[in-house]
Unconditional design. Sequence first.
Length: 309
Amino acid sequence: MGRHRPISAPTVLLVMSLLVVALIGGCGSSTSTAADRSDPALASEESTTSSSSMTPPTAPSTSSDAVPATESPTAAPTPTIAPHLPRPLSPGLAGKVIVIDAGHDGGNASHPAEINQLVDAGNGVTKACDTTGTGSFDGYPEYAFTLSVAQQLAGTLRAAGAQVVMVREDSSGWGPCITERARIGNEAHADLAISIHGDGNDTPGARGFHVLVPVATAQNATMVPAAQRFGTLLRDSFPATGMPVSNYLGTNGIMARGDLGGLNLSTVPKVFIECGNMHNGDDLALMRSAAFQQNAADAIAAAMGSYFG
Ligand SMILES: [Zn+2]
């Protein structure tokens, strides 16, 4: 027998699987390689290292235990069922200018030179213009999920009388850069802005949503208290979608971040939400369902309604 055997089919499958995993990673934390973490320009806009942000083992649980399944007593406690939420039509939303920033874009992967250009993300941070985002292992992309929630949120807010500004209306282009995403909200003099995302974290058992709130920087200091207040309202409203509070990032579903251009450069109250972990089967089953996407939009709108009173 010769030493150089042909590559076996199982070996080819293994290599292909690893390639797929490598390509899908982006928004999530544990998909980052050591090289990624050493170069901030390669890091995803909202990704972070799991080692520095895991909930301490001694912290009280904030995960699925905090989400009573009793809200839908007739529904089986399975993550594939999204409970019905009423459409919020708070009078406080009427006339408000709200910017909806659907994370990433469908053309980012085919425009690496454009989205990898370095930009000033504020607070002393330099990073890529934008990233491709994450997605499910079977090819459902984060950018499609974020746009779907954004579009349904826009419909709900407009029905309530708000003036909605969309950072992007479809997934056919690339970007815009994180600097532009912040500028759009600033120039609209938005009363509130939200950036919608899904995470892609490979830590076993990692699931749930978390809200990213700003820390005070030179540019955004005046809006931080309002953003933190909205972030808390959003954290409180979102479990009604059936998605539990994150058990792997943040504290009680909220994480303060000083490295996000979308927050550092915003002069209007803005938060990010990671609606769930697309690398977790239970979260993904929710996130790809139309019912959950509508409920997510309604939960965000309900928090906005509470914010404006
Ligand atoms: Zn993202």
